[in-house]
Design a protein around this ligand. Structure first.
Ligand code: PLP
Length: 240
């Protein structure tokens, strides 16, 4: 059978539309307005051309894991879209991070936060930050234990150039997304626990990736981070 290969750009645009549709449906199921949920397209190992295709499909925020990789992309795309950092931040990269990113989702130490605060101050910027929480205790993961939050949050708050917006987690990799639900539910409970003391800026609960974002939305996610479902689907592998 003769088949006409769709080009990558079309496939990526269809992927974005499909993720947005699923996001909307999951929000409806949870009785939540989908506009309160931000889609971050995770672009680690993704070429500039494919990123541009996602942007033309309506993606407004990009997530990157490595400063060195983000730098040339930022130079090309510029600050007209939102830039979120998702990786482990080394203090010697804080200056570049503060210059590129609007939000650092992965604060995992007071030291990293202080370095970032200093560099943000130098640039006269306010940076949004989330605290990364490691709920499963897996050693391969970065992040604070949730029990640390009580003492840590007031400490982090002293950084005047950082705006503490909420929490982020990576659920353990599981074949069945419903197995991630208890982790999302737990993070949402920790998030709510600090709502009163942190005030109205405390509004972001970042959880859910390609395999489990619908479950995360049902449990209260306000931001989902999608890489594979946009940039690494089987159709794209065939078209490469
Ligand atoms: C890669 C990555 C994602 C995206 O994961 P997918 O399963 O590809 O959607 C989300 N968050 C973080 C922190 C990541 O490193």
């Amino acid at each position: 059978m003769l088949s006409i290969m769709k080009n990558r750009s079309v496939i990526i645009q269809e992927n974005v539309a499909s993720i947005q549709q699923r996001l909307h449906t999951a929000a409806q199921r949870a009785g939540r307005p989908s506009r309160e949920i931000t889609l971050v397209a995770v672009t680690k190992n993704v070429l500039l051309e494919d990123i541009r295709s996602a942007l033309s499909a309506g993606v407004k925020t990009l997530g990157e894991n490595r400063i060195q990789e983000a730098k040339p992309k930022f130079a090309q795309i510029g600050p007209t879209v939102g830039w979120h950092f998702l990786g482990h931040l080394q203090t010697n990269k804080a200056r570049t991070a503060a210059a590129i990113f609007d939000m650092i989702q992965s604060i995992d130490s007071t030291r990293a936060a202080q370095a970032l605060d200093q560099e943000a101050g130098r640039l006269d910027r306010q940076l949004d930050v989330l605290v990364e929480v490691n709920l499963s205790g897996e050693e391969s993961k970065f992040g604070m234990s949730p029990q640390q939050l009580e003492t840590l949050l007031p400490e982090l708050r002293k950084n005047r150039n950082l705006r503490l917006r909420g929490l982020m987690t990576l659920a353990p990799m599981v074949a069945d997304p419903s197995l991630a639900r208890p982790f999302f539910r737990e993070l949402a409970a920790w998030f709510r626990r600090f709502q009163a003391s942190m005030g109205p800026a405390w509004d972001t609960l970042s959880m859910g990736m390609t395999n489990d974002f619908e479950v995360a939305i049902e449990e209260g996610a306000t931001l989902v981070r999608i890489g594979t479902g946009i940039f690494h689907t089987p159709e794209l592998r065939r078209s490469a």
